[in-house]
Design a protein around this ligand. Structure first.
Ligand code: NDP
Length: 402
């Protein structure tokens, strides 16, 4: 029974708060704060209608550390779940330290002016969180999040050693729009246009963005083109599971998405440096975000499924080399019917609720800054099955052919 404050009233925040309200035995009191209070109020109304639970709402600019600290002192939550944008991570971690509150998020810190996805800024809080006796859990979404828990689950139950790991993220959903992103467009486009990096034999290997393409036949979706990308869990997994010789991340994109993105990039609309427009500085990517559909608005029209998982090859506990595939399939229309949000928000918001539940129930604990793969995967995996993201493990004939 604990009080919780969720910051960020986007698609992910909406799903997390709905799922928390459905688990009132763990989340005894829920508050939601975001930059635009009316968005919190709309989510609160939906939560009330669907679950009968009342949640408190607040307007908050989480980049204002004293304001966040004041709100924390007022609400006195046990835990802050940061579902705003990666830019807010450090400011919210500072406010949590100042108010003596545990912290959790789903995406690592990024500076506004350079698209860099690295954990070192947040890992630098290790000593301060330890000294304060507080826990910071980083990356409790799907990827990062579930994919890292999938990896430690495979390691715990099936492998003596994992040699290679491929994370495959497929969104087979169709939202009916010419071009839209399934989560925050600014973060999504910064991620997709970044140089691709994977981990191999103790070093980073870089390739130009979207230059390595493979086809894969995803269960419940069908064959899709997927592209090698950098993703933040590669950094934490290679740190915490150093035995893995190669870690790669793949994401599927349709040809229409790639075509639009190429044009937007070619004409400079994805730039994140300021441009002078009619005497005022604007960031082209932020302007683009303003004209694209809000991810939360895609819920009613999105049909199809997501299929996200990990393929690991290594030495099995039976002494034989084996390749295992662990994955979840999520249906966009089912996710929308349950929470009013499409599956990309759902597959992130549910693990955010579960990560918070792990901390509030004491199943995961410890002072310091932790990545999700550092904890016991079993109770988290049980909750995935029970709360809308069932998973399965399949043995493949052999390692991936690429
Ligand atoms: P949205 O853009 O839909 O929502 C973000 C919310 O944060 C908005 O309501 C926004 O307010 C609010 N916000 C932004 N800045 C501030 C601020 N300074 N103070 C208070 N609130 C603020 O994003 P999503 O819901 O799609 O994503 C939320 C987070 O989840 C992101 O960090 C994203 O990177 C992460 N994510 C993680 C995934 C994973 O698998 N690990 C997958 C998908 C997303 P306003 O509406 O007023 O702008």
């Amino acid at each position: 029974m604990s009080k919780i404050l969720v910051i960020g009233a986007g698609g992910v925040g909406s799903v997390a708060v709905h799922k928390m309200a459905m688990n009132a035995d763990i989340f005894s009191h829920i508050s939601l704060a975001s930059r635009t209070k009316s968005k919190c109020d709309a989510i609160a109304a939906s939560v009330k209608e669907r679950t009968g639970v009342d949640i408190d709402t607040f307007g908050l600019d989480a980049d204002d550390v004293p304001a966040t600290r004041t709100l924390l002192n007022q609400i006195k939550p046990s835990l802050v779940v940061n579902l705003a944008l990666p830019y807010q991570d450090l400011n919210i971690m500072d406010a949590c330290l100042a108010a003596g509150v545990h912290y959790m998020d789903t995406a690592n810190y990024e500076p506004l002016d350079v698209a860099k996805f690295e954990y070192h800024w947040q890992w630098a809080y290790q000593d301060r969180y330890k000294e304060a006796g507080l826990t910071a859990l980083l990356g409790s979404g799907f990827d990062p999040g579930v994919t890292s828990v999938f990896t430690t689950y495979l390691k715990k139950h099936y492998f003596d050693r994992i040699d290679t790991l491929d994370i495959l993220d497929c969104n087979g959903g169709d939202h009916g729009q010419a071009f839209a992103t399934n989560f925050n467009p600014e973060i999504n486009i910064r991620e997709v246009t970044a140089v691709a990096r994977h981990w191999e034999n103790g070093d980073w290997v870089e390739t130009p963005a979207m230059s390595v393409k493979q086809s894969f036949d995803f269960e419940a979706v069908g064959p899709k083109n997927m592209y090698l990308m950098y993703h933040e869990e590669i950094e934490s997994l290679k740190t915490h599971l150093p035995e893995i010789k190669r870690i790669r991340f793949w994401m599927t994109f349709g040809d229409a998405y790639i075509m639009h993105l190429n044009v937007l990039q070619a004409v400079g609309m994805t730039r994140i440096d300021p441009v002078l427009y009619e005497g005022k500085e604007i960031i082209p990517l932020q302007f683009l975000k303003a004209v694209l559909p809000e991810p939360a608005s895609l819920g009613p029209t999105t049909k199809g499924k997501t299929n996200i998982g990990c393929i690991a090859t290594g030495l099995g506990k039976d002494g034989k080399e084996k390749t295992l595939y662990i994955y979840n399939i999520c249906d966009h229309e089912d996710a929308y019917a349950e929470t009013g949000n499409q599956a990309v928000s759902y597959t992130t918001g549910v693990p955010a609720m579960i990560g918070a539940a792990m901390l509030l129930t004491g199943k995961w604990s410890g002072a310091g800054v932790w990545n999700i793969e550092q904890f016991d995967p079993d109770p988290f995996m049980d909750m995935l099955n029970a709360h809308g993201l069932p998973w399965q493990v399949k043995e493949l004939d052999g390692p991936l052919g690429f």
